[in-house]
Design a protein. Structure first.
Length: 354
């Protein structure tokens, strides 16, 4: 029993050491906006044998811990459109008028760089996810982030858009600091765990809350909860009665006890997220994760849809992803050597005391 417990501890710490060897989460400070990302390790994982039969990623990468928020998108709008001319339709007026999700108002009389502001819509909207964004809007946001925010270009960088708002999505450019995740990257971060069936027994959960059972929808720190419709009604109101004047979004991370294995949040519920499918150019892009408007079946790993990249509605948002450099095996070996050396010393002391 003691030997088995020690082996379990050894394997667990070795796995933790592998995670520690990843680069630190991205912290963007050049333009003042910080976008938090989490590392996704366990490169070379197999596809899901259930669900959608996808999820294999051959490399380590980072993905947004949360969906991009209304506050973050407001910062983007004021920087990319200081004069309020709305180039490339990056602002949808429904962002300020559909009270189910509204969060950004527009004031033509405001000073340049302050035309857009976060609304109070049944509470401060800043930390709720942005909606009514097309894939093109999300790609422009990724370009702006890649180019350092501020006056950074929205047309080149992660994606070469050159004014396009229709006609199909382009592939991300190699080496982009920020981009949309591929479908496999989104899927793995949401549903995969290397310890799904026990330590060292990988697999995929049905929901991105580390559960195969449908979540509840109570906001807070409880396990296996999400923002979607249950038999008892909407998460925000806990009522099945719909109101056109009610906000139904929750702050990103509001279900703090319901993260994925990699500590992403709201990949089940709140808003569906855009993904780049297999990463190649094409006429459509993917949406996954379910949302506040949907029931549990739409939150399952088996459910995903494709849409025209110009599609926008009150249920669609996005999060960003980022590639990471190849990990130096010598550095990883040093980390593991420290772990194994320390544990070996502890084992020798245990045997001596026995």
């Amino acid at each position: 029993m003691i030997r088995r417990s020690f082996k379990t501890l050894l394997l667990g710490l070795a796995a933790f050491a592998c995670q520690l060897s990843l680069p630190a989460p991205a912290q963007v400070t050049g333009g003042g906006l910080v976008y938090e990302m989490v590392p996704v390790a366990n490169a070379g994982n197999a596809n899901d044998t259930g669900g959608s039969h996808i999820g294999s990623v051959a490399y380590w990468y980072q993905i947004g811990k949360y969906s991009v928020t209304i506050g973050q998108y407001t910062t983007f709008l004021n920087a990319a459109d200081p004069n309020g001319t709305n180039p490339h339709d990056i602002y949808n007026v429904l962002m300020g008028t559909d009270l189910n999700v509204a969060g950004i108002s527009y004031d033509s009389g405001a000073a340049p760089g302050a035309k857009y502001s976060v609304m109070n819509n049944g509470g401060d909207s800043a930390n709720r996810p942005i909606t009514y964004v097309s894939w093109y809007d999300a790609a422009r946001y990724a370009n702006w982030m890649t180019n350092g925010q501020g006056s950074g270009s929205t047309e080149t960088g992660a994606y070469t858009l050159n004014g396009a708002t229709s006609g199909g999505a382009v592939a991300a450019n190699p080496g982009a600091a920020f981009r949309l995740p591929t479908e496999n990257e989104f899927y793995k971060a949401a549903y995969y765990s290397p310890d799904y069936g026990g330590l060292g027994m990988p697999g995929y959960y049905v929901y991105a809350t580390q559960s195969d059972d449908a979540p509840g929808n109570i906001i807070g720190s409880g396990a296996n909860q999400a923002n979607y419709i249950t038999i008892d009604g909407y998460s925000v109101t806990q009522s099945s009665e719909y109101s056109s004047s009610q906000n139904y979004l929750t702050d990103v991370g509001a279900f703090s006890g319901s993260g994925s294995y990699y500590r992403t949040f709201d990949q089940t519920g709140d808003v569906s997220n855009w993904n780049d499918l297999d990463g190649t150019a094409g006429p459509s892009r993917g949406l996954r994760g379910g949302n506040w408007w949907r029931t549990s079946g739409y939150l399952m790993s088996s459910y995903g849809v494709t849409r025209d990249p110009a599609y926008e509605n009150h249920r669609c948002g996005f999060r960003l992803a980022s590639s990471v450099p190849e990990i130096d095996p010598n550095s990883l070996g040093s980390v593991l050597a420290l772990v194994f050396g320390a544990l070996g010393l502890l084992e020798r002391r245990r045997l001596k005391a026995a």
